[in-house]
Design a protein around this ligand. Sequence first.
Ligand SMILES: NC(=O)c1ccc[n+]([C@@H]2O[C@H](COP(=O)([O-])OP(=O)(O)OC[C@H]3O[C@@H](n4cnc5c(N)ncnc54)[C@H](O)[C@@H]3O)[C@@H](O)[C@H]2O)c1
Length: 129
Amino acid sequence: MNAYDFKGQTAVVTGGAQGIGYAVVQRLLAGGAKVALWDQSAEALQSAKESLSGQGEFATFQVDIANLKQVEAAADATDRTLGPISVLGNSAGHRRGERAGRELRAGRMEQGDQREAYRHLQRQPCAEC
Ligand SMILES: NC(=O)c1ccc[n+]([C@@H]2O[C@H](COP(=O)([O-])OP(=O)(O)OC[C@H]3O[C@@H](n4cnc5c(N)ncnc54)[C@H](O)[C@@H]3O)[C@@H](O)[C@H]2O)c1
């Protein structure tokens, strides 16, 4: 695996608590960056905090990146905690159809919603759904 030198950098990774963003966080930490995980899920942030323990210097911030005030507050807090931001990894988002697929598998949907979810999944095929 390639190694990169991120020493002296402060990185923000949106959606950093899970999935692709989390993998990016791990690579940045391995390269010596200080990393701020920005994610809207408190639960995922807590879990990331526990699993990243000992892997480097990082901080977690609960923030909805669609909310400008929250983004500005998180940027200020990151600056105060880890220093000026020099790297941005943007991974916040949702896998298309993933939530619908999960609900369908768990059998938690009403019939009408199921039909809509199937239609959605047919339009947007997802390998994991
Ligand atoms: N996984 C794939 O195969 C794939 C392929 C192409 C594109 N993508 C895109 O890449 C991005 C990340 O995918 P992933 O598979 O890592 O998803 P994921 O669901 O595993 O992780 C996304 C993270 O983003 C966070 N998030 C969502 N909306 C947010 C918001 N408004 N503010 C802050 N945090 C937010 C979620 O809480 C979650 O922790 C998504 O936009 C997805 O559509 C994924």
